[in-house]
Design a protein around this ligand. Structure first.
Ligand code: SF4
Length: 528
């Protein structure tokens, strides 16, 4: 019998100190539960369910942007057989209504472990590409889950009487993309990681990667920020020549595999066993490294049979206790010029605990302009401080003018015309009415971010470029702008932005002055 209230098992598993638990990723398939491919997946999941060596099964949600059978279908038999299940929940296909509805369904069925993700951009589907949703992002989803765990406050009936719903018992986690190459793409990932933790993430799984120093650095970052009580799970994807090539060509958003490692993989793929032994040993070594540096558990993906898992785990078990230190030197595939937040430790090949990159620290005190610090940025800042600082400059006057307008949510027609024209020209404004320019260093997330990310970058960038379009990620550009101001570490120092779609088509200026947009909630939440 499933205990619908218990969310303690995964939490307990991730708190164990005398062993290294293991989760396995189960990728859902397209078709019903009786589809031939699904039958294979079901057989595999039955093996995982009954294995004492597998602590939980993690089921993907339309992985890679492809439509697939909902994870709850595969997860139900696993959960009801007594195994822990993590359900992946992404924001690409569901708006906030549908996400909340999914969460009620999951809670009602006894699923408490959620991996909250923004999600990959959709690719081809029925009769073409799906319209992506991205109504909210992973940070907002975590915030929603946290509120549901406290007992969501809703208003009901025509009298709008507030009611507190029964509290849920979710144990939510998040992913971080910690193998980024540039300073302006890596550090925003760390800052977003903190935001996810502050918004309710209770465990973290890192992105697939092949550089032990960067893997170690993630733990050091959490230690530096006094967040090392959050368990981190090390992600290991079992490679094959085909997958290595895909990763190397950056076909999987956010995953980096260097040319050097790809050459090794292709060479191994030409061996009589197609490199199987090598790839299994490589995965076992990665698990050993994660265990050695201090990750709380391992997470195995890219496996399709239980025999493969057994082989990898047996290999890992056969290693001597300190072998991982040698492996950490071996699996160290960074690229020339790559940015690291911590100094290297020549003795181990990892990073030096507590020793932050000195050149970076020095650069924080310097004020170098860069290609992203444009004249438009300087002008936008000036205009903003004149017009949009509560109680200062022209803001009180503008507030009065808007209050007296015939339609306050549009403001006076002349002002609205100037707003629409100037913002369309300067920012390609989409008139969403709940403006985030202040938080994104004056780069519009509606028009210049494929996923409308308002709480930091998604993990999908390819060498600084957007996962979807051929332009630089707005968050990398925003980082550069704030670094010039000496404020790069404050890039995401704002309460989670949850866009109000009800303001679309209204004046973002008037909404600010009249306290209707998200910035008024921010002012209420932040200490003065
Ligand atoms: S109002 Fe919305 S669409 Fe317009 S610039 Fe601001 S964030 Fe972008």
């Amino acid at each position: 019998m499933i205990d619908l209230q218990s969310n303690l098992r995964l939490k307990a598993i991730l708190s164990e100190t005398d062993r290294f638990p293991l989760g396995v990723e189960l990728v859902s398939t397209r078709g019903t539960m009786t589809q031939q491919q699904t039958l294979k997946t079901r057989n595999f999941s039955a093996d995982l369910t009954h294995s004492p060596r597998v602590d939980w099964v993690s089921i993907t949600d339309n992985a890679g942007g492809n439509p697939q059978l909902a994870p709850i279908a595969l997860g139900t038999p696993i959960l009801y057989a007594g195994k822990e299940v993590i359900i992946h929940l992404t924001c690409k296909d569901f708006n906030r209504y549908a996400l909340e509805s999914q969460l009620w369904l999951l809670a009602s069925q006894g699923f408490h472990n959620i991996l909250a993700l923004t999600g990959d951009y959709p690719i081809e589907s029925f009769e073409g590409r799906a319209k992506p949703v991205f109504d909210i992002d992973s940070v907002a989803l975590l915030t929603l889950i946290e509120k549901m765990n406290e007992g969501l406050e809703v208003t009901s009936g025509s009298a709008r009487i507030p009611t507190k719903l029964d509290a849920t018992h979710f144990f939510a986690g998040a992913v971080t993309s910690n193998f980024k190459f540039h300073e302006n793409t890596l550090l925003p990932q760390y800052y977003k990681l903190e935001k996810k933790i502050l918004s309710g993430a209770k465990f973290i799984i890192n992105q697939i990667g092949f550089d032990s120093r960067k893997g170690h650095e993630l733990l050091e970052y959490l230690r530096l920020r006094q967040l090392d009580h959050i368990p981190v799970v090390g992600n290991v994807y079992v490679l094959s020549p085909f997958v290595a090539r895909l990763f190397n060509q950056m076909k999987i958003p956010g995953v980096i595999l260097t040319n050097e490692l790809n050459e090794i993989c292709q060479k191994q793929g030409a061996s009589p066993d197609k490199g199987k032994k090598f790839f299994h040993e490589f995965a076992a070594k990665q698990l050993a490294i994660y265990r050695g540096v201090g990750y709380k558990a391992g997470y195995l993906g890219g496996v399709h049979s239980y025999a493969e898992i057994e082989e990898i785990l047996d290999l890992e078990k056969s290693f001597a206790p300190d072998d991982w230190k040698l492996f950490a030197r071996e699996i160290s595939f960074s690229r020339p010029g790559e940015f690291f937040l911590f100094e290297p430790d020549k003795a181990t090949g990892l990073c030096r605990p507590g020793k932050v990159n000195q050149a970076w620290k020095k650069s924080l005190r310097e004020r170098h302009s860069n290609k992203n610090v444009t004249l438009g940025y300087h002008l936008a800042k000036r205009f903003h401080s004149l017009m949009f600082e509560k109680g200062k400059g022209l803001a009180p006057l503008a507030e009065k003018i808007c209050q007296k307008a015939k339609n306050p949510s549009q403001g006076p027609p002349g002002m609205r015309f100037i707003e629409q024209l100037s913002k369309a020209v300067l920012y390609s404004c989409q008139d969403c009415g709940d403006c985030s320019l202040e938080e994104t260093a004056f780069l519009c997330p509606e028009s210049q971010c494929a996923k409308n990310q308002r709480n930091g970058p998604c993990g999908g960038t390819r060498d600084g470029k957007c996962e979807v379009f051929d332009y630089e990620c707005i968050w990398a550009r925003a980082y550069d702008r704030l670094k010039y101001e000496g404020k790069s570490e404050q890039l995401l120092d704002h309460v989670p932005v949850i866009q109000n779609q009800g303001l679309r088509g209204t004046s973002s200026w008037a909404n600010f002055w009249l306290g209707k947009d998200h910035t008024s909630k921010k002012a209420a939440a932040e200490p003065s």
